[in-house]
Design a protein around this ligand. Sequence first.
Ligand code: C2O
Ligand code: CU
Ligand code: CU
Length: 530
Amino acid sequence: MNRRRFLGAGFASAAAACGVGPTRSAVAPPPAALADDRVAPLAAVSRLVVERQDPLAGRCRYVADLGPRKVAQPIFVARRGESFDAVIENALPQPTTVHFHGLTLAEAQDGAGFDPIAPGARKRVRFEVKNRSGLYWFHPHPHGFTAEQVYGGLAGLLVVTDDDDEALDAALGLAPGNRLALAVADARVVGGAIRPYAPTAEDCLTGWLGNRALVNGELDAERVVAPGWARLQILNACNARGLLLGFRDTAAREGEQLIPFSLLGTDGGLLGAPREIDRAFLYTGERVDVAINLAGRRAVVAVSLEFDARHQAHGMPPRHHHPARDRYPALAAEAVCESAVRSDPGDRLPDGAELSLFTLHVGAAPARATPPLPSRLSGLPDAATGPQDAMRRLRLDFDERTGFLIDQTPYRLDETAFSVRRGTRETWEIRNSPISMPHPMHLHGFGFRVLRRQGTYGAARRFATESGGRFPTDLGVKDTVLLWPNETIWLAVDFALPEDAAFRGAQRYMFHCHNLEHEDGMMMRNFAVV
Ligand code: C2O
Ligand code: CU
Ligand code: CU
């Protein structure tokens, strides 16, 4: 067996199947089940404007120009092999970038923050979608401004489809509207209004936490779906909050069981086979694809269940001075990490507290027969255990003087922590300090597989139900993986890059914590693939 197929994480394993990219005149229609006004074919976008809508609260949005129509806060859909070719216009008073989280892109298209777009400037970005079907997303990545801009509302979804994805919708017999793509964030809401971003030193330690869920930008989100299967692709778009996703029937009595659901996929697409669970951890930047059977139910609420988030780091991290911030105003005219030391506990629900996310109302449409779940979802192999080319060890630490660090080194834009030859397969051993916090670690450009976890304790331990001490969500292709305090994890990373001209020469990527206050607080490193 070809070793790339064995790992299964890269674009390479099915690259042959995608053929020639379509032209703008031949854009694949979005999945029929995904009936949402905001759905916009990625390949039809000619301009993407990033703008501030409300200077008082610092609320921002993306507006996609599709020629005949404009879509605000679009949900992009692309079939694997299709291309994006658009001008990105920055109408914010700050530099920005558009980073497509999870896609395999060359440095020039990755929007990682090496080359931000200045206020008032524009940039043409072109790339082909090479990744497997799945839920990806896009958000700003200008170092020092990322957390503020994402909280301001700049987090968009990209649904990538392919043959496996289409076959799954057909097998589930999804009614129109029964497939949902949802970005779940949390906001600080006081008196019905979203508070602007103004983190204190404490917020910079734990990350900025809100008190209410926002789903695709809406508070108290509700959707009406038909009886039968619903397929939900869910992103945790919070700055810092972990979600322990579960579903309850609104008619259920106190203490009644959660509704079981099936995990179909993770960050980088479908699992080989569905896995039945009744709750799943989803930290910031992570995605799940799940199927829930709504037959015989009237309404179901999605919640983040209570859990012990094990924030073990105490003491305040130092302030980080981002020189670039001196030159631009805040989105809502408040300072970053410098206001009062303590936050108002009323508008800040701790990580791990129960939070209700959204409600699904089951319509009275004639019940469809609920077909059985398919037993195979994709050709994804089990995680690689074969020989790797090299082992790389990384450590995550917290230090009151310097804050959160990767290998004892704070982020520098001009530093390259290490270089990897393209095509190399590495095992990464990442160790999180016991005196730390949960850190959702994200790798740009390359999907990876989780091989093993060790040292998991506390709330997380009971979810380590899979071989190697892994969680069910570790079974698929990942680009963001949670490390609990005290944990060590082993990942298989394949540094294969496409042969296209776009990828010629050394390409720089980033590896960072996706708690956005930690990311802006220097918990990030650059590496190069040469
Ligand atoms: Cu979701 Cu480096 O980003
Ligand atoms: Cu990313
Ligand atoms: Cu972190």
